[in-house]
Design a protein around this ligand. Structure first.
Ligand SMILES: N[C@@H](CCC(=O)N[C@@H](CS)C(=O)NCC(=O)O)C(=O)O
Length: 234
């Protein structure tokens, strides 16, 4: 299936619409996957949290949310793909050789489980530690529920690294969709987590050191707009 889908596409025909790099955590996920895996794309940018945002999002996104992938097909027509995990799945179908999911069935099941757990959960961590790449690093305790979720995230990272991480520094050795899904959480641990357990620190550092993440951070630093307010979440 992947090969046929791949043949019908030319990568330059992708436009990935994203929001502000400082705080749009959902946007970061497919963006970092595409950059890290060298899938070329045009970037469409929608500035969030302005009076015009809703109207601008409505032009490109069926849900009024980013990220959105616009795939123009060479033979005409195209596809709009929304929802972060659906975008990653679509790319995994188009580019099986990029190994967005690990190949071994057990690893693949675990990667999908933890990616889905991220997509649907960890609300207290996301709200207690909103992604803000321009915020100075300082430890910020979470409430009890947030701390439990933080511990769960660290347990996931530890399990993946111990079971499947021997081939490289990422959750399944090489970079997968699971790493993309946790990339904004990595930034939160770095910003708010204070002193981290060694396994957590090593994983956070590995993700933050990728050229793709450095690129995103540099562009976030260059954004000229005000910081997100204290109650603004992703
Ligand atoms: N479930 C969606 C969540 C996307 C989402 O919440 N995106 C935020 C930005 S990170 C957004 O577009 N917000 C609209 C706004 O701020 O006006 C996904 O997985 O893609």
């Amino acid at each position: 299936m992947g090969r046929n889908l791949h043949e019908e596409s030319r990568p330059s025909e992708f436009t990935l619409y994203v929001g502000n790099k400082c705080f749009s955590s959902w946007s970061l996920r497919p963006w970092v996957a595409m950059k890290h895996l060298e899938i070329p794309f045009e970037e469409g940018f929608v500035r969030l949290r302005t009076p015009e945002t809703a109207a601008n999002l409505a032009k490109v996104s069926p849900t009024g949310l980013v990220p959105v992938l616009d795939h123009k097909l060479p033979k005409g027509g195209g596809r709009i793909v929304w929802e972060t995990l659906a975008i990653l799945e679509y790319l995994a179908d188009l580019y099986p050789e990029k190994r967005l999911w690990p190949e071994e069935l057990g690893a693949r099941a675990l990667a999908r489980s933890v990616a889905t757990e991220m997509h649907s959960g960890f609300r207290e961590v996301r709200y207690g530690w909103p992604m803000n790449l321009r915020r100075p690093k300082s430890h910020k305790p979470l409430d009890a529920e947030g701390e439990a979720q933080r511990a769960r995230i660290e347990a996931i990272w530890r399990q993946c690294r111990e079971q499947y991480g021997e081939g490289g520094p990422f959750l399944f050795g090489h970079f997968t969709a699971a790493d993309a899904m946790y990339a904004p959480v990595v930034t939160r641990f770095d910003t708010y987590g204070g002193e981290l357990a060694p396994v957590t620190r090593a994983y956070v550092d590995a993700v933050l050191a990728t050229p793709a993440m450095l690129h995103w951070y540099a562009e976030a630093a260059g954004e000229r707009w005000p910081e997100p307010g204290p109650h603004e979440q992703d």
